[in-house]
Design a binder for this molecule. Sequence first.
Ligand SMILES: [Fe+2]
Length: 314
Amino acid sequence: MTPLGIGLQYNPEVAEWFPFHESRIDAVEVLLDTVIAPLDSPHVILPDRLAEIDALVAAEPTVIAHSNYGAEFGFEPLERTAAVLRHVPAAQRFGSPWMSDHCFYGDGSWSDLWSSPVQFSRAEVNRLAERASRLQELLGVPLAHENAAYYVPCPGADLAEPDFLAALVEKAGTHLHIDLHNIHTNAVNFGAYTLKSYLDALPLDRVVEVHVAGGSWSGGVYHDWHDSRVPEPVWETLEDLLTRSRPGAVVLEVQGRAHSSHTRELDPHADAELILGDLERAALIWDRVYGPHSRRTTALPAAATTTAGPGEPA
Ligand SMILES: [Fe+2]
């Protein structure tokens, strides 16, 4: 897999004002659930988003497809899910180098579910591995499962969460998308593991993407709302993770009220500063581990890099 570098999630709240086309970002990640057409529509992509998405793909060839609610881990036949009918053709249209999905249950009303973590059990490893393996086959590129933040765990677990993920990718032949802030959120709220113990239990050679984000406290619970700067424990763990694995991209997630009505509205000026600051910090960590010319936007011929300068912010 060709390493891309540092990316930013392209979601409607940020896309309205963040200068994606002027910023030196190595990849953009599109939330498929925000652009796909309903299952009873003849379209794959919503017609009113098509021109925007095609322009994004044309201007930025490294678009990463990301799925939250494909229902591939639900109980409907896989061939009838949004994952197969919408996410696979959309990811192929984008030329996505891999596709990530969440380990959520889901059904036809996918946009109403957040967060519905799967049961961390041996029985579910066997059931889900079969579906994940088939989905990856249809996709034609690596399928990476993202560890979820959740606020109520699914009952009936007989495996620790990272052991479940390790067993799933081993049996399915699929890959990992590590969301460091999701691990941090669950560690803060439940205390069942730490960032380090979680990563130590995983086959890190299967990591193809990493998410970083921030969150907020509300009602005595720490929420993965993507509405603040990336916290220090996540930054500290990112360098360790990059040293022990070789992901294709580290992607920053930033959202406001689309994620929760209890959080703040994003401010185009202040939040552009927040985003650029976190992207730059992520790029500095990436460059420290992999070298100054290891990202898509910095991997230039030697003569060109003399002009551009190493370690230019993403
Ligand atoms: Fe994430």
